[in-house]
Write a protein that binds this ligand. Structure first.
Ligand code: CTP
Ligand code: MG
Length: 179
């Protein structure tokens, strides 16, 4: 159980990045940036990323990860000693931002693969839709620190379970039209 809490705390910037685009869309934030990242381009007749990957989502994801990482740095001396898997001193902030950027780029890359396979935007491709952001976050934050492979695998499983549960809840609340 402590390990799950440690992984959960570590991935907070990535969770923030992954959920900010959905929250921003529901609340109508930054509507001026609601343009597709792929600018509507196609490749061999197929969308590159699709209309669900927007500039607004990217901006909100980076902003959310930055805020959460900043909070983690500020709270670093107040959290229980057993909780951190990494050092949350001031140097964590850029790593947290990298986690968020990696999360949203991983999500976009997975959309690219879905489009190549002919899966339309918004159609669930389980479990890949639910661990794309974890892989991206691990990849980019790996520039700063690396988790042991067993912890990486645990993080992927944990996040698939968590994201499946939160998306099911969001669907019930009509936040997302697709599970
Ligand atoms: N979103 C966004 N910009 C991003 C990522 C996500 O605007 N860069 C928003 C979109 O409204 C998207 C929602 O967040 O519908 C949920 O994201 P996700 O589940 O990753 O997208 P899907 O709708 O499943 O689209 P895809 O099939 O491309 O994964
Ligand atoms: Mg998706």
């Amino acid at each position: 159980m402590p390990l799950i809490a440690q992984l959960f705390y570590l991935f907070l910037p990535a969770y923030a990045a992954n959920s900010a685009p959905v929250i921003g869309k529901c609340l109508g934030w930054l509507t001026g940036l609601n343009a597709p990242l792929d600018q509507g381009k196609t490749w061999h007749g197929r969308e590159v990323l699709g209309k669900h990957k927007t500039v607004r989502g990217l901006v909100l994801a980076i902003a959310a990860a930055s805020i959460v990482a900043c909070a983690q740095v500020v709270l670093s001396s107040s959290i229980p000693q057993w909780l951190p898997l990494v050092r949350y001193d001031v140097f964590f902030w850029p790593t947290g931002v990298l986690m968020g950027l990696g999360a949203i780029l991983g999500d976009a890359a997975e959309s690219g693969i879905k489009r190549l396979l002919g899966i339309p935007a918004g159609q669930l491709w389980w479990p890949f839709d639910y661990f794309d952001y974890t892989l991206g976050a691990l990849l980019l934050s790996g520039l700063a620190w690396r988790l042991p492979v067993t912890l990486m695998a645990m993080a992927i499983v944990l996040n698939v379970v968590l994201t499946t549960a939160t998306n099911a809840a969001a669907k019930r609340l009509d936040l997302k039209d697709q599970l």
